[in-house]
Design a protein around this ligand. Sequence first.
Ligand SMILES: [Fe+2]
Length: 387
Amino acid sequence: MTALQTGSKWSFYNPVRLVAGGGVLEELLVHLAEGKVLLVTTPGFTKRGFTEKLAGLLEEREIVVLDSVSPNPTIDKLEEDARRLDGQGIRQIIALGGGSAIDSAKVFSFMLAAGREFSLRGHFEEQSPLPDIRPLPLTAIPTTAGTGSEVTPFATIWDLSGEKKYSLSSPRLFARRALLDPKLTLTLPRDLTVVTGLDALSHALESLWNRRANPITRAYALRAAAIALETLPALAIDLKNTELRTKMMEASLLAGLAISGSRTALAHSISYPITARYGMPHGLACSFTLPAILEFNAAVDDGRLLEAARALGFASPGGFVEGIAELFKQLGVRDLLEQYIQGADDLLILVPQMFTPGRADNNLRGLSSAQLREIIGRSLALLKISV
Ligand SMILES: [Fe+2]
């Protein structure tokens, strides 16, 4: 496919200003506008002294800290927090953390600008439209290499009582800027490094086999996949290696740029009920099916999977499947998965909920429930999990 292929229409838009490199955090104040700042982060960052450090970098600036973000932010908690923050004169937001902190901050950037008449629950449950407003400017500072949320226009939100996942999605949700400092990922423990890295790999592959892919998203996705495949196994046994951390942050960024244009697809669609039911970390839930989905999609390959396989050093899509399965073996994906599920039945009961609109239908090849069950079975077989 050439970049300007005749007869094929596409567009790509990503307005996030990227400021990257070791130590960019120190320059935080230079990049901010005037006015009171809301810092959105997790209790862990406050405990480890990061909140205090950031407050110090903001010098005399007035700052409100919300450090109660937990994994998988819920509608109720976000609405409750937004009500509390409303009327405090907040002019801009800084998100420090992984996907949950950045996604929460995106929601606040919208809700605090929209005021009390906007209901997040109403938007999801009654399809009430997003108000036509300018969200508060957001500065995203990712501390994991995987989510890519700093460059996407989506926020994932959960209703855990109903085991439901929602996606807030609008070009107005893009962060104003992202500060990318790989040093912030140096203290991530092994399992978190692996599962967030797998999320980045999943974004790259889901963008490649996406019906909404275009030449720009493919270029980002292919490069992201190449870096992630090479870097992740090395990083998993050398966590303090700054060069590998830098490469993984680059892979995560490029994969995030890819899905900002294409969105994700089937592996993500499958993951949401699994995370809602079993609390399985997102990066694990959205990646363990990747080899089986690649194998499934290869049957209708329009040439892109063969091209990607060859570019990544495999002779064929089949070799690519084996390559990912081998990566999973090196990373111990089977052991990670068995912490959350006992076997196939735990997954198969969720099949009816695994068809997330706007995600499953992006997959290169359409599928039935029976085929989805086969993909689950094959995924476990490739991981040598007895079913
Ligand atoms: Fe993801």
